[in-house]
Design a protein around this ligand. Structure first.
Ligand code: FAD
Length: 480
């Protein structure tokens, strides 16, 4: 990436003028919290942090940056896992959405809400619930990530199998383009076939095509009943057989189906006596099943009946009898995600394969990993109802940085080779950013690359937006 000289004093003064009331931060002490992401693996000191508080301010900021060729990167809650939201080494201005965090409207009749991009996901979910509605995007980082980040990464989560990815939940967007123009596609219409569906190009574009400033999101009736069970199984194959049955027998009431292999449960059990072995004995595989519905269905009997009908597959299980117990079962998964790296670095993968091939894929990928790196610990879990699995790799304790980098490279190559063999994706949820770029570009076909580069040029001709994420950095960008 081209090194960029820090903005001149006159540019800083101009930017500060565009963003009144502390909208521009330049002091080292203020920049720190915008410099490191959730994983702690990615660090980048921004040239400055711009914090517009309205779409008009965002538009003026981008018009200026476009004219002056100042590179920028939009930032939400910094929970993205591919190193895309922190400033690149060459120097960028971070644009934080944190001051654009209002809920503009909510309509239970339209089952829709309009939310600014800086709104924290959990706040938006809470507001929807206050209107007896459900905003279904749900995952571990929901207390920190922001709606704009969810849109930009096309976030998935636990409830995708029932409600779809963020892409399926966006009715409209408001976006500030690289040159500062405002694209107003903010509408709550359910059906609209007028020409190209431009909002889709921004969803999942990881900040490379425009800055999302607000989103109109689909809501659903808030479930009045939620039932959760944790079951133990002999194998991933049995877990997938259970999924096939659950999908048919629980129909659309199935909201989550999360696989955790034994290692993951053991990680949570390290927390001590509050997290004992959850079932009467250890099992190779566990599944968290959740079903939810409105009030007229006898949901608890349905789940009981279903689990009774799959005794040939399920070895053992517990059904939560209260919401608090259900939330406690979910903690086994959440704590595992937070503690798996023992406070250090580890390799994260989020791959997908066709659901019908997931069990064989896991067997083959784990075997390949074990053969290549028997010293590494594989932590395997995922939203398997979507064919999505995390095969994470934790290095042995005390391993040096260089050896660790080598381990990650080798382990990733082994896993991705098996993904390719199964016709899968090397990124089911987290996106490409900078971390997956090499593997992504090695696999992209020339026609797709050509079209993608053309889209980037059309939306951001000066390559000032998130340069070097998804696609390689524009080589000949002359920023000044
Ligand atoms: C514990 C944990 C669990 C997770 N679980 C899941 C999961 O189950 N499913 C899943 O899909 N993901 C998951 N993620 C990753 C997920 O992608 C992010 O958590 C979230 O969607 C990113 O939101 P953010 O606000 O933190 O974005 P950031 O990390 O700040 O940014 C992410 C990307 O979006 C861009 N961006 C941010 N805001 C905007 C904007 N307004 N306009 C344009 N571009 C923007 C950034 O430039 C960057 O490219 C998880 C992460 C963590 C830490």
């Amino acid at each position: 990436m081209n090194a960029v000289p820090p903005p001149s004093a006159s540019q800083i003064a101009a930017l500060a003028g565009l963003l009144p009331n502390g909208g521009l931060l330049t002091e080292e002490v203020d920049l720190a919290r915008y410099s490191r992401d959730w994983s702690g693996d990615h660090f980048g000191r921004p040239l400055a942090v711009a914090r517009p508080s309205s779409v008009e301010e965002m538009s003026a900021l981008m018009r200026f940056c476009h004219a002056e060729r100042i590179p920028v990167v939009p930032q939400g809650g910094l929970t993205g896992l591919v190193g895309a939201a922190v400033a690149a080494d060459g120097g960028e201005i971070v644009i934080s959405l944190e001051r654009m965090n209002k809920i503009r409207s909510i309509s239970p009749i339209d089952f829709a809400m309009v939310v600014e991009a800086g709104c924290i996901l959990e706040d938006a979910k809470r507001e929807a619930e206050a209107s007896d509605c459900l905003l279904p995007i749900t995952f571990g980082a929901q207390g920190s990530c922001r709606i704009g980040g969810n849109v930009a990464t096309n976030a998935g989560g636990f409830n995708v199998l029932r409600y779809g990815m963020t892409r399926d939940l966006v009715l409209g967007l408001e976006v500030v383009l690289a040159d500062g123009r405002i694209w107003n596609g903010l509408k709550v219409l359910r059906k609209d076939n007028r020409g190209y569906d431009l909002k889709q190009i921004f969803i999942g574009s990881e900040g490379t095509l425009g800055i999302v400033t607000a989103a109109a999101l689909k809501l659903f009736p808030k479930p009045t009943q939620i039932e959760t069970a944790l079951v133990g199984l002999r194998s991933v194959e049995d877990a997938m057989a259970l999924y096939a049955r659950a999908r048919r027998d629980c129909s659309d009431l199935l909201t989550a189906f999360e696989l955790i292999l034994r290692v993951g449960i053991q990680i949570t059990m390290r927390e001590g006596k509050d997290f004992p072995d959850p079932l009467s004995q250890p099992y190779p595989a566990y599944v968290l099943i959740e079903v939810s519905s409105g009030g007229l269905i006898d949901l608890s009997n349905m789940l009981l009946g279903f689990l009774g009908s799959v005794e040939d597959i399920v070895e053992d299980g517990v059904i939560a009898s209260t919401r608090a117990q259900g939330e406690r079962l979910w903690l086994y998964r959440e704590i595992m995600v937070e503690r798996q790296g023992r406070g250090g670095r580890y390799l994260r993968t989020d791959v997908s394969v066709p659901i019908s091939r997931l069990a064989d894929f896991v067997t083959d990928a784990l075997a390949a990993l074990e053969k290549a790196r028997p010293d590494a610990l594989a932590v395997t879990y995922g939203h398997v109802g979507d064919g999505n699995i995390h095969l994470n790799v934790v290095p042995p304790e005390g391993m040096g940085i260089e050896a660790m980098e080598h381990l990650f490279e080798q382990a990733e190559a082994e896993i991705f080779t098996v993904v390719d063999r199964y016709g899968g994706s090397i990124s089911a949820e987290h996106g490409i950013g900078r971390v997956k770029q090499k593997a992504f570009l090695e696999r992209i076909d020339p026609v797709t690359l050509d079209l993608a580069a053309g889209i980037k040029d059309a939306f951001d001709p000066r390559h000032i937006l998130s340069n070097g994420r998804i696609l390689a950095p524009a080589a000949a960008v002359d920023y000044r």
